[in-house]
Design a protein. Structure first.
Lengths: 379, 127
């Protein structure tokens, strides 16, 4: 039985096409992926991300515990700030990638992938049981009681303050939502209920993500749609979310990341703070940062018109001596009008401008390794 | 509700067939294009290729997926629609017109009789 978010019936009413994603029944699109993609790049889109998981970690030992299980340095966060980070096993393989927010001095919110909630919580509980200061750390999986939406696109900032009137009552101390800077989070009063709003997203556009109790998220969604209407806001599905994140090369768990792949191989070593001291996976990651890895995740663009690249298509070197890797994400880029993707290749082929070939149904089509992100906003 | 022209025959796998004497034109239905969503790439068979009914002989790709197109009838490919290769969106905008895929010289004319009528196809897609 697929799980449904609190917004399921609203998606049905809007004519959303519902598909399975990570055990959830989610809207892949409402009108068309192309339209929704362009709307987010040019104006504003709202996404249901209630399927994502939320874990609250609190108590005097929370900071030390999170710095032990996560790769980024959580001590860099003041209350009201968030950071992208990863959770690794002892081999440096990625259990999940996530956002960690410091809501209050001794209270953290982790936003984790929908498909990884059970694995993450089991891992965190196991690590906590072995953590010396376990009695001063409280771990709560609030995924089922929590809803979330993402408002993304250049025009969101024009109406976000009407949706969640300020001032903030927790987190970063701002008079209104639009004063939040990138990666900052604040709590606002929404008809007597608490909503957390952060300036973050997964599209490469400016935008905000809103986390609320599950029974409030329907009211949040409806209010944002009503106010956003005159700013060209449209609901957008997981299809557009995927093409948007692929253009800006954000990893998606199960594609760029898995338990057999390290953050260094995936190209997100920037979020591995080797200088913070011990943490799980550190030995392998330090060794890889120093000596390099056998494979690397690269971005590529097709050089001619071709069928779109897809996950699992083999990647060849242009000299054609044999496969050198495999595509992990691929699509037609709605912004660029050409096939794009990411894939793992042997490291000697990872340099930008290296010509490669993508094998599509038995035929090889020319492509080129490009710097990340593949798409960058003009100006 | 999808458009199902009354002068065409249909395959269960959502192709349409327009028969003109010994030649048939093949495309995909309005229902199929709607299900596929934005078509971004079309790959057509080579001219002169012999195909059997049920053979996968073309591919249509949307942003999300690649789908095989099966020839509803047997014969020899005599013409392919270069315009739809250059502008795959024609599959979405004119599925029964400019979005046609190929023309085939029928080798088993009787096969046409076992294709679905517009009413039968309508029953299948619930249109």
């Amino acid at each position: 039985m697929l799980k449904r978010t609190p917004l399921f019936e609203l998606h049905q009413k809007l004519g959303g096409r519902l598909v399975e994603f990570g055990g959830w029944e989610m809207p892949v699109q409402y009108t068309s992926i192309m339209d929704e993609h362009q709307v987010v790049r040019k104006a504003a889109g709202i996404f249901d991300i209630s399927h994502m998981g939320e874990v609250l970690v609190s108590g005097e030992g929370a900071e030390g515990f999170l710095n032990h299980v996560l790769t980024n340095d959580i001590r860099k966060l003041a209350a009201g700030q968030g950071q992208y980070t990863l959770m690794c096993n002892e081999r440096g393989g990625v259990i999940d990638d996530l956002y960690a927010y410091r809501l209050a001095p001794a209270e953290y919110l982790l936003i984790i992938n929908a498909s990884r909630i059970d694995d993450d919580v089991a891992w965190l509980q196991k690590q906590l049981a072995a953590f010396p200061k376990r009695d001063s750390v409280k771990l709560q999986n609030t995924s089922d009681e929590t809803g979330a939406v993402a408002l993304q696109g250049p025009r969101v900032v024009e109406f976000i303050d009407q949706c969640f009137p300020g001032p903030a009552v927790g987190g970063t101390d701002v008079a209104r939502v639009s004063e939040l800077k990138k990666n900052e989070i604040a709590r606002f009063d929404f008809g007597g209920k608490p909503v957390w709003v952060s300036r973050t997203g997964y599209t490469g556009e400016d935008g905000f993500e809103v986390v609320s109790p599950a029974d409030v998220i329907g009211a949040v969604w409806s209010k944002v749609l009503t106010i956003g209407h005159q700013y060209c806001l449209q609901p957008a599905g997981l299809g557009a979310r995927d093409t948007l994140r692929t253009e800006v090369c954000y990893p998606l768990y199960g594609h760029e990341l898995d338990e057999q792949t390290t953050p260094i191989e995936a190209g997100v070593g920037f979020f591995v703070a080797l200088d913070k001291g011990e943490f799980i996976g550190r030995n392998v990651l330090a060794e890889q940062k120093a000596n390099g890895t056998g494979k690397k995740c690269v971005a590529f663009k097709m050089t001619d018109k071709s069928a779109p690249p897809r996950p699992h298509y083999p990647i060849w070197s242009a000299s054609g001596t044999g496969p050198i890797g495999e595509v992990v994400s691929g699509t037609q880029s709605p912004s660029l009008g050409i096939g794009i993707g990411m894939g793992y290749v042997k490291s000697e082929f990872a340099k930008a401008q290296t010509p490669i070939e993508i094998e599509i149904r038995g035929r090889r089509a020319p492509a080129v390794v490009v710097p990340k992100p593949i798409y960058r906003k003009a100006g | 509700m999808s458009n199902i022209p009354s002068d065409l025959k249909y395959a269960k796998s959502h192709e349409w067939v327009r028969v003109d004497r010994d030649t048939a034109t093949i495309g995909i239905t309005d229902h199929a294009q709607h299900e596929l969503t934005d078509v971004v790439f079309v790959e057509l068979p080579e001219v002169n290729r012999q195909v059997k009914a049920g053979d996968a002989c073309a591919v249509v790709e949307s942003v999300k997926t690649a789908s095989d197109i099966y020839s509803p009838v047997s014969g020899q490919i005599v013409e392919v629609n270069k315009a739809v290769v250059d502008n795959p969106a024609l599959v979405n905008t004119e599925p029964y017109g400019g979005g046609w895929f190929y023309k085939i010289k029928l080798s088993q004319a009787g096969e046409v009789n076992s294709l679905l009528s517009p009413e039968q196809y309508k029953g299948q897609v619930g249109g």
